[in-house]
Design a protein around this ligand. Structure first.
Ligand code: F6R
Length: 367
């Protein structure tokens, strides 16, 4: 079932273009440039009444939620919070009928996420979910469920379910934006056109795996890594660090780049490489460049994720992972792929059991 791949995880990373194609199929009217998403039946009035979205999830699915917060807020103008299932369930959250609680879960069986969903039910919130496993609890419990269409994920560490969740959130945000009138039909058409190119973009990122292998060879012996990102790429820094921890047992921390000066910069020395997510973006890019300079001024090595042909960024890096230019909203999906591959190849070089990392289970059905 692994085909030409040595590990399920590697296969699943490579399945991402296909997973995104399947996620879009039937939900997007490419001809007319609209998102249909019939799984979430809503009238314009009902969509306008939504006052808040609370995303509940764990682990990688929680990081997908952090990306979704940008989509729901910027595109649909709905205030959005993201919470860990394990925290939400034990708080006394303020909920009402105008709040949507959106659970994200690959397995649909994560006990903390399910408990958070029950809490939402008690608080009379609307309950939606984004789930990969058909017929799972989180699929059945929700008033409306968007299935990821990522296909079975066997590797314990999540990869294709993460990209599928991000795409589902973007579709949902666009659908809500249309119903609430926060984006014009023309703006939505532009988003849909961009989304249609995502599978191809991901394929082009995967074609550069040799570049990632080279970086993995140069850095696999280090014991601590820092991952820095801003804005839409901050959740990707967290996800990149989580993948490295899980697969290779290397200590890695994801941090919002702007927080460096408030503490973590004290950690930087020649033994702790920094993975800097420095894709071109009108808001975050320049600041990321200066952050990279600060790391190097303290003898830290920088592995930069850059946009193709970006000389300013590569001049500030010791090693480079490059991706094709991607529209802003799609950058998280594009940027995560080289980080998944980096964690994978470092783990393989260190002789780790990639598909079954120690101490981990695919679906966490205990507290
Ligand atoms: C990370 C990973 C875990 C899961 C988490 C939630 O690679 O796989 O962090 O993301 O246990 O699982 P689901 O999405 O099944 O609720």
């Amino acid at each position: 079932a692994k085909g030409p791949y040595r590990h399920f995880m590697h296969k699943e990373i490579h399945e991402q273009p296909r997973a995104v194609t399947d996620t879009l199929r039937g939900r997007v009217d490419f001809e007319r440039g609209r998102v249909t998403l019939e799984e979430v039946p809503l009238s314009p009035e009902a969509a306008r009444r939504i006052s808040r979205i609370v995303i509940v999830a764990c682990g990688t699915s929680y990081y997908a939620g952090l990306v979704g917060k940008f989509y729901f807020e910027s595109l649909a103008r709905i205030p959005t919070e993201v919470d860990y299932g394990s925290e939400f369930r034990y708080r006394d959250p303020v909920l009402d009928a105008d709040t949507v609680v959106l659970a994200i879960s690959q397995s649909g069986e994560t006990v903390d996420t399910l408990a958070a969903m029950e809490r939402a039910r008690e608080g009379s919130a609307r309950l939606w979910s984004i789930v990969n496993v058909i017929g799972s609890q989180a699929h059945r419990m929700a008033d409306a469920c968007i299935l990821m269409h990522a296909g079975p994920e066997i590797g314990v560490a999540s990869s294709k379910a993460f990209t599928a969740s991000i795409v589902d959130e973007l579709l949902l945000a666009l659908r809500l934006a249309e119903l609430r009138g926060t984006l014009s039909p023309e703006e939505i058409r532009t988003h849909v056109r961009e989304l249609a190119r995502l599978p191809d973009l991901l394929g082009r990122v995967l074609d550069r795996e040799a570049e990632v292998v080279e970086v993995a060879r140069a850095f696999y012996r280090y014991e601590d890594f820092l991952y820095l990102g801003r804005g839409l790429l901050y959740p990707i820094a967290l996800e990149g660090a989580l993948k490295l921890k899980e697969l290779s047992y290397i200590h890695a921390e994801g941090y919002p780049a702007g927080e460096m000066k408030h503490g973590p910069i004290a950690l930087i020395d020649e033994r702790m490489p920094t993975v800097a997510l420095a894709l071109q973006d009108p808001v975050t890019y320049e600041k990321m460049l200066s952050q990279m300079e600060q790391v190097r001024a303290r003898r830290g090595q920088v592995i930069a994720l850059i946009t193709d042909g970006d000389r300013a960024a590569s001049a500030r890096a010791d090693a480079v992972l490059s991706v094709p230019h991607a529209p802003r909203w799609l950058q998280p999906a594009v940027a995560v792929v080289p980080l998944q591959l980096l964690a994978y190849h470092i783990a393989v070089l260190r002789g780790c059991d990639v598909d079954q990392p120690r101490n981990l289970a695919k679906s966490v059905t205990v507290e």
